[in-house]
Each structure stands twice: as C-alpha cells, then as structure tokens.
Ligand binder design. Structure first.
Ligand code: FES
Ligand code: FES
Length: 156
C-alpha cells in the first residue's frame, strides 16, 4: 500500500492505496465520485476525463499514486453554490447530450479546450474533442454547446 494525499473537488483526501489502483477507481470506489464514469477498458472513450492540476486527463490512464500531491477536479466539483459551471449550462442549453454517459468527460474536456483556446473554430472543437466518444452520436449538439460556451466567455 502507498499513502497518497490530494485535493479532490476542493477537499483534501488521504488514503492508503494499492500502487496499481487507477485514478478513476480511486475516485469512484474510494471517494464515491461516481459522476466520473468508465466507458471502456482501452483508454479510448474519454468518459473518465477529469482535470489534474488544471489539465484534462483520462483518469483510467493515470495511477492514483501519480496524482499524489495534485489537485483533481471532477464533474462533481464544477458547480458552485448550486450554480452550474458555464460549460455545464451550455450543454444544458444546447441539449448537448442524449443518454448523458459521455457528458462528464465531454464537459471536462471542453473546459480544458476553452481554457487553451477561448474562441475555437468548429474544426478546432471537433479536433479538441476527438478523444471523447459519444455512443449516441450526439456530436452536433455537443459542438454547438462548446460554441455557445465560447460565445458566453465560459473558460476556466
Ligand atoms: S474509461 Fe477512460 S478512456 Fe474510456
Ligand atoms: S450522450 Fe449518450 S454517449 Fe454521449
């Protein structure tokens, strides 16, 4: 077991974990952060995307011990005082989801994309989200949601 400490959605957590435990397992199984979901076992789908020190990562592709000392933000840490994050609001407004399974990862990746490039073209949005798969093939409205968020100035 290895002792790890990190900040998750603003709260400091410490645990003894197996060195092989994935960050996504740690978030879901130890911390109950089930808003971060697992959609594949091949690091392909992006459903598990979270922010690690402000940058998006696929949390099934990171060991929990690699996040030791880091700041992790999940979909559950975005809303403040009952107010959705502007990118969450944009997905709601543009109906950028169908079943919603890919949505946590899509939103975390979209925030990272907008932080890097606050006014992306449609092509840049599609490129920026290429690591996130939507099985409902709802990409059109997802792109519209990111465009809406960009217009509303919704980065960070
Ligand atoms: S669960 Fe992480 S990429 Fe699919
Ligand atoms: S909304 Fe169903 S997987 Fe994307």
């Amino acid at each position: 077991m290895t002792r790890i400490t990190m900040t998750v959605d603003g709260a400091q957590v410490s645990d003894d974990v197996e060195p092989r435990m994935l960050l996504v397992q740690y978030l879901r199984e130890k911390l109950g952060k089930t808003g971060t979901v697992i959609g594949c076992d091949t690091s392909n789908c992006g459903a598990c995307t979270v922010h690690l020190d402000g940058r998006s990562v696929k949390s099934c592709n990171v060991l929990a011990v690699q996040a030791d000392g880091a700041e992790v933000t999940t979909i559950e840490g975005l809303a403040t005082d009952g107010q959705l994050h502007p990118v969450q609001e944009a997905f709601r407004e543009c109906h950028g989801l169908q079943c919603g399974f890919c949505t946590p990862g899509m939103i975390m990746q979209s925030i990272d994309l907008l932080n890097e490039n606050p006014h992306p073209t449609e092509e840049e949005i599609r490129l920026g989200l290429e690591g996130n798969l939507c099985r409902c093939t709802g990409y059109h409205n997802i792109v519209k949601a990111v465009q809406y968020a960009a217009r509303e100035g919704a980065s960070s």
